[in-house]
Design a protein around this ligand. Structure first.
Ligand code: PLP
Length: 365
């Protein structure tokens, strides 16, 4: 049997080795403290669970869902965008439900990338942008995120030949793994760049609702003209402690949303309606709920960053996201330092190079 090249090209999924190492330690009876995968340990809110139980009892929710999602779900997303970002969206054409943002992100490449095409993505980055492109037969040109640029893309550094050939640009702020945030002026620059070179602008906004210190994250769709070329991916996973329920959505330019709907409807049959009702309930959670949830993360953030700084590992407090991105001590690679932490302190962290070679020299907690 011969496997396709795309399978042979796949790197091992980042967290597989980490999970193995944790299992090995646990077998030896050792209590491991894991700062590995970004998966909330706070339960899904009761109101959201109630929505699942109630809707699961109704036979109309036992059937195939529509790929694009229930009108009620899309209306709830439109309302969220209006209330939260003051962005007006047509729920019928500019919003689509996803089986988690990851699914939509991976499938988006099939909408824009032909074999040999170029996608622009950051380094480090959430790995799915590159993998989706690879599955579609395309190649990623990486844009390094550097501390000295506040981990923002420097659009002037992109060679014109590459920009002319590029079909997509992937951005993600608040950023995983660096914790960086983007000002509106940066999003404006991104929209201008993508318009100039006719590039589909794909923004992963998985962490806009997980923010600290009164920081309010914008949507890229707030930029004038963004609706001409942009699609934004959202997820309730980190926002409302719902990673297991797989509720995500994309919103933006109607032709882009329609292309994703057409691709998806040929591959999947959408997200179970009961889970969509969970999403509707989550989108209705009060501002106070979000505040208290983010307060828990803020306390943990402060604890971890203060400890790191007190032992001489200079670390900044991120204003958004779930991660702390910090350099490893001199003389270690990311992997060596992560291994040392596991072996000597029973602490699991993610080596920064798992998010791209520009992440070498860093770890993510
Ligand atoms: C966690 C994460 C996702 C995945 O979200 P799901 O809705 O759970 O698929 C997408 N993008 C980034 C940057 C993430 O960290």
């Amino acid at each position: 049997m011969k496997f396709a090249k795309r399978v042979e090209q796949l790197p091992p999924y980042l967290f597989v080795n980490i999970s193995r190492a944790i299992a090995e330690k646990k077998k030896q009876g050792i209590d491991v403290i894991s700062f590995g995968i970004g998966d909330p340990d706070i339960p899904t809110p009761q109101k959201v669970l109630d929505a699942l139980v109630d809707s699961a009892k109704k036979p109309e929710n036992h059937k195939y869902p529509e790929s694009e999602g229930l009108p009620e779900f899309r209306m709830a997303v439109a309302k969220f965008y209006k209330n939260r970002f003051n962005v007006n969206l047509d729920y019928e054409t500019e919003i689509i439900n996803l089986i988690g943002a990851k699914e939509g992100i991976a499938h988006a490449a099939l909408c824009f990338i032909d074999p040999g095409d170029i996608s622009l993505s950051t380094n480090p980055a959430y790995p799915v942008y590159e993998i989706g492109t690879m599955f579609a037969g395309g190649q990623t040109h990486f844009l390094n995120l550097e501390e000295k640029n506040q981990y923002l893309v420097d659009f002037n550094s992109i060679p014109t030949e590459i920009a002319k050939k590029a079909k997509t640009l992937w951005l993600n702020y608040p950023n995983n793994p660096t914790g960086a945030i983007a000002p509106m002026s940066f999003f404006k620059e991104a929209v201008k760049f993508c318009k100039e070179f006719d590039i589909a602008l794909l923004h992963d906004a998985a962490y806009t609702e997980v923010t600290y210190d009164d920081y309010v994250a914008p949507s890229i769709l707030q930029v004038e003209g963004a609706m001409d070329i942009a699609m934004e991916f959202h997820s309730l996973s980190k926002t409302a402690n719902m990673t297991g329920w797989r509720v995500g959505m994309a919103a933006g330019n109607k032709d882009m949303v329609n292309a994703l709907m057409r691709v998806k409807s040929n591959i999947d049959s959408g997200l179970s309606q009961s889970n969509q009702y969970m999403g509707i309930a989550a989108l209705k959670l009060s501002d106070d709920w979000y505040k208290q949830n983010n307060e828990i993360y803020k306390r943990r953030r402060d604890k971890v960053v203060d400890v790191l700084n007190s032992i001489g590992v200079k670390t900044v407090k991120p204003k958004g996201g779930l991660y702390i991105w910090t350099p490893v001590p001199k003389g270690y690679t990311s992997a060596e330092f992560a291994e040392k932490l596991l072996n000597e302190a029973n602490v699991v962290v993610t080596p920064g190079n798992g998010y791209g070679d520009a992440g070498e020299g860093y770890i993510r907690l």
